[in-house]
Design a binder for this molecule. Structure first.
Ligand SMILES: Cc1ncc(COP(=O)(O)O)c(C=O)c1O
Length: 357
């Protein structure tokens, strides 16, 4: 395949291969400098071709959020997986026991049916105890880790491998790299402390896993942390640019769209990328569906399913091609069945995107 971008049907999801490769290499270097294993989150690409490249850069395995992501990687023969979610509900329990994948747990309520199914199957389900280090999502409070681990041990059928956190609260340190760095180190210290407490109480705790793109330069560098699970770094996105973790030039994922109507003179241009191309994930910096690249002053403030509204769009004509940087790349890939790979200005391949809802 060697298609000029102007010839692609729009909207089209594009991956810039050179930028992707640089992002993968740099993050692998960062994890190596920290002396930790790199277990990228697959949700950011949902693309086996990207995953294979990450393995080529030394990733030890992957993190998944959904059953579909786990399935996609297992089908591709990639087996060292952490399913960083509580497998609650009969279908997920059966799937976890059948695959033997390492899961996240944070309560007896979530663990009981899984433990019962594992006991019935005569296996011990590996799990990581999820710890909330400040995001306020799932996870036990650090001070409750030893008590919860003891409760889960009494259920039988489970095997504690270590501890896991997602330091998603680092996304709130906009324009504050020093604060973000400090908060990231605090996350690493909290996790190392929880692991030490668990070991002192007689539990195995080989894995001390932190994970985020904004925390990748801080939390994994704390002694005692063994693993980093960044995801978004594969492509970066508008939110990471707003946060200051990446420059726009590092962003490898864009949506190529075309102006299909300029209905009321110069100020409004309608493009063929709407909600179903961009997702509706908000910008951490404000509103809008993404940043229009290379056309200063244009805002992408409104969208219907297959129409986007660009305002301040002087100079755009029917037929103009426009490149949009998504706010949150991970939400966008879930909207697409495939992405064109761009090298030297041409689409050279189309990589399937798998494990979508
Ligand atoms: C459990 C878990 N680990 C790792 C990550 C990766 O973080 P990021 O998207 O900042 O790279 C996420 C992101 O949602 C997550 O939920």
């Amino acid at each position: 395949m060697k298609i000029p971008l102007d010839e692609l049907p729009t909207p089209a999801l594009l991956i810039d291969l050179a930028k992707l490769e640089r992002n993968l290499a740099d993050m692998a270097g960062l994890a190596a400098a920290a002396g930790v294993a790199l277990r990228p989150h697959f949700k950011a690409s949902k693309c086996v071709e990207v995953a294979r490249r990450q393995l080529g850069h030394g990733a030890t395995g992957f993190t998944c959020a959904t059953m579909g992501e786990v399935e996609a990687l297992l089908e591709a023969g990639i087996e060292d997986l952490v399913w960083a979610h509580q497998p609650v509900g009969p279908a997920k329990v059966r799937f976890a026991v059948r695959t033997g994948v390492t899961v996240s747990l944070d309560s007896v309520a979530a663990a009981e049916p899984l433990a019962a199914a594992a006991r019935a199957a005569g296996v011990r389900q590996p799990y990581l105890l999820e710890v909330d280090t400040g995001m306020g999502r799932a996870g036990v409070a650090p001070a409750d880790a030893v008590r919860t681990a003891a409760q889960l041990e009494r259920l039988g059928g489970l095997s504690l491998r270590g501890v896991l956190t997602h330091e998603g609260h680092l996304m709130t340190y906009l324009g504050d790299p020093g604060g973000r760095e400090k908060a990231g180190r605090r996350v690493g210290e909290t996790m190392a402390g929880v692991a030490a407490d668990l070991r002192a109480a007689g539990h195995d705790c080989a894995v001390v896993s932190v994970g985020s793109t904004p925390g990748a330069a801080s939390a994994p560098f704390v002694p005692g942390v063994t693993e980093a699970r960044p995801g978004t770094y594969v492509f970066y996105d508008g939110n990471q640019v707003a946060l200051g973790t990446a420059e726009e030039s590092r962003c490898a994922l864009t949506v190529l769209t075309r102006v299909v109507s300029v209905p009321r003179g110069e100020d409004l241009a309608i493009v063929d990328a709407g909600l179903k191309a961009m997702s509706s994930d908000a910008s951490v910096r404000g509103s809008g569906f993404g940043a229009v690249l290379g056309v200063p002053g244009v805002a992408f403030g409104k969208a219907n399913e297959e129409h986007g509204y660009l305002t301040g769009a002087g100079g755009l004509r029917v037929g103009s091609l426009v490149s949009v940087l998504p706010n949150h790349g991970c939400g966008v890939v879930n909207m697409w069945s495939g992405a064109y790979v761009v090298e030297d200005g041409f689409a050279v391949e189309r990589w399937p995107i798998t494990g979508r809802h």
